[in-house]
Write a protein that binds this ligand. Structure first.
Ligand code: GCU
Length: 647
């Protein structure tokens, strides 16, 4: 597509296919998409493609044998031919992109027959996009990549070429679902459900060609605000009938509509509590409306008191999701999915895994991560989140079962894409989008292999070593120069960019660090604290309960300790704070230096954009370092062992 950054699908990655002879067999829109892809590659590189011809001297045969919904495919190479076979059309599409990733390796030596199937059936991006520009949140809430890809000037874009290119990128990394509007559903966006559903249908049509189903965030109060009713009580028959009618019309417009996403009783959004009903009552009402059509309701578990009194030490926001939802286990309909943030707070750079995951065996659960870098540098800092997500997905939170297996309802990311020419603002933030899709396909995959894959596809091989050096440790670098040891926040209120150690300390949001002259951290133990640690299954409840066994990186999430407390690393907490903040800045400076050296192997525009962003990252990292170090030096009076300058 002219003028659009091809991200990890530059023409070059299609060369191995585009120079060869390919046969595409099968029918249906997704097979057409596969055929178009190969046709385009051949037009570029001089190869040949046939559709539904008899077997012959082909290098590559892409064949779908049925029309089922399976996303699996097999790939093998024997007798000089590479065969990709699927029983369902979307499997063929994923098979094509598998061959693209293999590159020349797909055509060299024999490849044993291998079946590839996604571990998770739902691999979804939630877009926090507003149709109308919101006075505080702008067009994309927590968006750092320009405006919305879908909405402009108060309506769906007329030219959907960019959406098509986006759908293609998403399919190529395995994503199969999108929600096209913000979970905070404002007045204009509420109408997408009813009289403006045609605009959603236009987007859905584009996504459908790449095997992606479209979902919509809806307001729980829709019967009131759209239906003119006097209640949205989920147990009221008239309300249920309203939802059934509205949903029937949605499916009339979008036959393969995925379902609803709902943020209810959360940060001011309406919900079932207003009627004395439970969240299961609310979710099940929508599940019932969606059931006849095979749709799903994604009900978010992000329910907590955002009007907390900071003087009240007994209320703990970290506890809230578990306390609200565990008692409802077994009550949710089977087409209701409880969507849980990966940590108990809110997408901080370091949090423990949410104890809710695995604690509701009778409920389908989806895990939500945040690709948009709200708390991880807002796409001005390089912060590749692959290792964090991988740690989360592999963490054996319940009876040895990892999060990636417990997330039976799927994996969801808040999207980091927008209408920025590089899709994600920071060109290197594309790595997060790609890695998310690949981890959703295989949660136990090695993230560093995924990173290598992304680098090779996007930049070729010349810049590989440098890019790997920049990206691989970037999450840990970011952690080093920001809030220490899992304590979280310490950000500027509102927009959340840059340091403010006490920014949220006396606020109603429930996000405190409790630093005083003697120590820091939140006591969440069962013995003396809020009891949050006891929400975990064995062995984690015991591990987190004591500062002796709690992992260093989460110490201040679970415990309030003196500055002189000695970590497992052998350093005191205060010295750890100083050291990591100096190191973090040095690492950011080093990454900037490595990038500067890639000027000859990266295109000039991209190079300039990233170089400029590195200036901001280093400036901001120094600000973080100096504010955090000065704050704790002034609180504690403990000097840096190494006598470095702290103001
Ligand atoms: C965070 C974020 C909000 C968002 C919320 C959510 O708190 O700052 O902008 O609405 O998460 O996940 O619903």
């Amino acid at each position: 597509m002219q003028g659009v950054d091809p991200a990890w699908l530059p023409d070059e990655v299609f060369r191995p296919i585009g120079t060869r002879r390919t046969l595409v067999r099968g029918s249906g829109p997704l097979v057409d998409t596969v055929h178009e892809e190969v046709t385009r590659a051949c037009a570029r590189f001089g190869g040949r493609v046939e559709r539904d011809a008899a077997p012959g001297p082909y290098d590559l045969v892409l064949e779908v044998t049925g029309t089922d919904g399976s996303e699996a495919f097999t790939c093998e190479r024997a007798d000089g031919r590479t065969n990709v076979t699927a029983t369902g059309p979307s499997g063929l599409l994923y098979g094509l992109f598998h061959v693209v990733r293999l590159g020349e390796d797909a055509f060299r030596e024999d490849l044993p027959r291998q079946t590839h199937a996604p571990a998770l059936a739902l691999r979804m991006l939630d877009h926090w996009d507003n149709v109308a520009v919101h006075p505080v949140m702008g067009q994309v809430e927590r968006g750092y990549a320009g405006g919305s890809l879908f909405w402009a000037d108060g309506r769906a874009r007329g030219d959907l070429d960019r959406v098509r290119a986006y759908a293609r990128l998403l399919a190529s990394c395995g994503i199969n679902a999108v929600a096209v509007n913000n979970v905070n559903v404002h007045e204009t966006e509420a109408r997408l459900l009813t009289d403006r559903i045609g605009e959603v249908a236009a987007l859905a049509e584009v996504f459908r060609a790449y095997g992606i189903r479209t979902h919509l965030s809806v307001t729980f109060a829709a019967p009131l605000v759209l239906g003119g009713m006097d209640t949205a009580d989920p147990l009221d028959a008239r309300v249920r009938a309203w939802w059934a009618r509205a949903t029937a019309e949605v499916y009339a417009a979008i036959p393969d509509f995925g379902g609803y996403v709902v943020k209810a009783d959360s940060e001011g959004q309406p919900g079932p509590f207003a009627y004395g009903r439970t969240h299961a009552d609310g979710a099940n009402m929508l599940a019932e409306a969606l059931r006849p059509y095979g749709g799903t309701v994604h009900w978010r578990a992000f329910v907590y008191d955002h009007r907390q009194d900071w003087r009240d030490r007994s209320t703990d926001r970290a506890r809230a999701a578990y306390d609200h939802f565990v008692p409802l286990d077994g009550e949710f309909a089977d087409n209701a999915v409880l969507q849980v943030k990966h940590g108990p707070m809110d997408f901080q750079v370091r949090e423990p895994v949410s104890p809710l995951i695995g604690a509701m065996p009778g409920t389908r659960l989806a895990v939500e991560v945040q690709a948009t870098q709200e708390y991880t540098g807002q796409q001005r800092h390089v912060c590749w989140l692959g290792p964090m997500w991988s740690e989360v997905l592999r963490f054996p939170v319940q009876e040895g079962l990892p999060v990636g297996e417990l997330a039976r309802g799927g994996l969801v990311a808040v999207s980091n894409a927008g209408d920025d020419p590089y899709w994600t603002g920071h060109p290197l933030a594309q790595a997060n989008l790609y890695t998310f899709g690949r981890l959703a396909w295989r949660p136990d995959a090695d993230p560093s292999q995924i990173l290598d894959e992304w680098i090779r596809l996007t930049f070729g091989t010349a810049a590989a070593a440098g890019l790997r050096a920049i990206l691989d440790g970037s999450w840990r670098t970011y952690e080093k120069y920001t809030a220490p040891l899992g304590v979280g926040f310490m950000v500027q209120p509102g927009h959340h960019y840059g340091p403010a150690v006490d920014g949220y300390e006396y606020s109603p949001w429930g996000t405190y660090h409790f630093a005083d002259r003697d120590g820091i951290g939140v006591d969440r133990s069962a013995a003396t604290g809020t009891g949050f640690a006891a929400q975990y299954a064995k062995p984690w409840a015991e591990v987190y309960e004591s500062p002796d066994t709690c992992p260093d990186e989460l110490l201040l999430f679970f415990h309030h300790v003196p500055y002189g407390h000695v970590l497992h690393s052998g350093r005191t907490v205060i010295q750890h704070i100083y050291d990591t903040h100096f190191e973090g800045v040095e690492e950011a400076e080093e990454a900037r230096r490595v990038w500067a050296g890639l000027g000859d192997v990266v295109d000039a525009e991209r190079h300039a954009r990233v170089a400029e962003l590195f200036e901001e990252q280093v400036r901001s990292a120094r600000e973080w370092r100096d504010q955090v170090n000065s704050y704790f030096f002034r609180k504690s009076g403990v000097p840096d062992e190494r006598g470095r300058r702290i103001c």
